[in-house]
Design a binder for this molecule. Sequence first.
Ligand SMILES: [Zn+2]
Length: 130
Amino acid sequence: MLAGMDDASDLDEWFARLPKPSPSEGLAELLAAREAAAAAPELSTIPMPEFPYPLSHPLGGTMRFSCALGCGWYHDENPIREEREPLVLPADPEKWRQALAVRAEVRGAAFRARVEGAIADHFAQAHPGR
Ligand SMILES: [Zn+2]
């Protein structure tokens, strides 16, 4: 079908313009950052993150979760730098949305588990009983 082919070549062009080392990597980084940002505010025990570095910094994309009691402790997460598993998309672009949603859900759950675990450990050690 002609319209489908046109869409595919438009998409190739769009990928080609992405600035990162490889198009899929650039897309993956963008999605990872968006997934992580979308996942964090849902949580009651996880504070809103700070972003201590600009994106151009080697540690850009780092999300910092500070202790809610202000003791100076924090836990850093960097979904852009730490997760390098390749983004595998189905050949059919119609299925991308679902594939990305599943991936986001899996990664979001792992992300929450890590941050919640770190905060729980910190409270157990530094603020027992709080
Ligand atoms: Zn603390």
